[in-house]
Design a protein around this ligand. Sequence first.
Ligand code: ZN
Length: 154
Amino acid sequence: MSGERAKTLLWMTPVIADQIIAHCQEHYPKEACGLLVGSSIAPELQMIPEQRVVQVYPMINVEDSPIGYSMDPREQLHVEKLMRQRQQKLVGIYHSHTATDAYPSPVDVRMSISPDVSYVLMSLKDRATPLIKSYRIVDGKILEEDLLVEERKL
Ligand SMILES: [Zn+2]
């Protein structure tokens, strides 16, 4: 771990964080995954580029495995259509690690699609104390980004 951090922020309300935690707990000890949609705030508008999660789309892990996940392409197409209709943007992808830390695995890094997407990792290694972290993956490099879970006026 380089300890280098992304200069970005991912924000979600406690309700959104609870939805992610509940989905991951439901599928324990298998990995759960899903999409986070919302809006991006351009750097010109404020000091730190920020993504805001407004909705969680829990997805089916077709690998049905405790050590990996992949989404169903048909379900993905369906959600993409919903997102277009609702004029939403993909801001993040979340999945759980049920036996390891909230840190992207080499496979997670290899599968990453864009430096503009936040990778939210939920660790249930200690099941009673879920740990949630967010990363950007830029050119194969893992950068932790600030994750803000709180109510806030927009
Ligand atoms: Zn993973």
